[in-house]
Write a protein that binds this ligand. Sequence first.
Ligand code: NAD
Length: 468
Amino acid sequence: MQAARRETALGPQGVPNPRSRAVLLCGKVVSVQASRPAAKPVLAPGQGRLTDLPSTSPALPPQECYKAAEQFPDVAVDEVISDTFAMRLLRDPELPSRRKQKMSLHRIAVIGGDGIGPEVVEAGVEVLEALAAVEPGLAFEFKRFDWGSDYYRRNGRMMPQDGLAQIEDFDAIYFGSVGDPDLPDDITLWGLRLAICQGFDQYANVRPTRLLPGLTGPLRPELGQQIDWVIVRENSEGEYAGVGGRAHRGLPIEVGMDVAVFTRAGIERIARFACDLAMSRPRKLLTVVTKSNAQRHGMVLWDEVVREVVRGYPGLTVDWMLVDAMTQRMVNKPGSIDTVLATNLHADILSDLAAALGGSLGIGSTANIDPSRSRPSMFEPIHGSAFDITGKGVANPLGSFWTASLMLDHLGEQAAARRLMVAIETVTGRGESLSPDLGGAARTAEVTAAVIAALEGVNSTSSSRLAG
Ligand SMILES: NC(=O)c1ccc[n+]([C@@H]2O[C@H](COP(=O)([O-])OP(=O)(O)OC[C@H]3O[C@@H](n4cnc5c(N)ncnc54)[C@H](O)[C@@H]3O)[C@@H](O)[C@H]2O)c1
């Protein structure tokens, strides 16, 4: 098929033409539904170039779209494009001629989950759509999965049995939170979030923290401003390996055990990941958190293996902290910390402290990464379902937006990631659209609108420090 024209189905004023209708197919294809076969172009070139394409069924794959168009000699397809890009074309028909680079379409599985999860994730999708509208070459296809506690009430499980198979071909997973006041936390967490993290071996959990411009955390300003950390959490074993059991239920001799599992392979790979990340940051400084004074087996192995790995990074400055002492160092000497490596449990706790020191739990973001990239990585705000504010429209969506920026970075969209971060920082810096947890009065929708407005005012060359 010869490349020739690009079609839109709207007239010059953006009014749908009565004989043709734009069909935006599942984010993959833009075509025009013809009222009769082989219809002629309705608008002359220069007027917006409206051309009819054959009628297609929804979700037609790109090659089928080309094939269908072949039946119509007066129709040519130059490219199959996403609906996000189609939207941009409708606003700006000259865009293709100004832009030669190929568009990258990212397929994102969206799992809002429970509580405020769906609220902040939908706000994030809105922001990402707006970003795609201003950032050249960026496009998304979002597919929602209604998994979580309501799904459990209907189906007796948090996600379908083949849930992992349903999302394994996506480029990334954008996740909200999980947890329900009426269901045990271990069922909800293990049935969905941990099932995905462990099922996809997302063994590196990365949690950046900075005091964003305009925000004041609980520390004195001169200390708070020193916070610029990335916590690397081992995400596949350790204290959350799920090994253990209960016995003698209900009897006085009842026992419950969780066995912390540390393996040489598991420690080695997360240590290597943390060293690489630390080396990519200007300070090249890694703090390794441990508790080997009290836990004599797994944590001693942790120390030994991490020591072996860091020997391979002569340019890296490494120091060691017991986890209890690490909490006071984060509060008293935040500027002495850069990249932190800790076990599953230790980093879980330290990163909530980090988020609070950064202003609010509502800002914290995290990436669950499979560094081999053989399966999708998952991106989520660090907070939970926040039962106390669910449905009130006041959840802070900034953590979810920061998370989206981490996702973009992972997808190789560094310019877009930077642009989103600059927009977030613009909004916090102005201080006008902050949610109640940050001392403001803005609702989730207002914070979202402010970030979208800021996105349109910044470009990808503006400066921001990305997470890691
Ligand atoms: N990754 C996850 O899915 C995840 C993480 C933590 C907790 N949880 C689950 O969430 C449920 C509630 O846990 P929790 O209360 O300990 O922690 P939480 O993070 O849900 O809430 C703690 C406090 O922080 C506030 N908060 C959290 N996020 C906020 C936001 N975006 N904007 C404004 N305020 C925010 C809440 O209102 C609450 O007062 C539990 O079921 C827990 O297991 C899930």
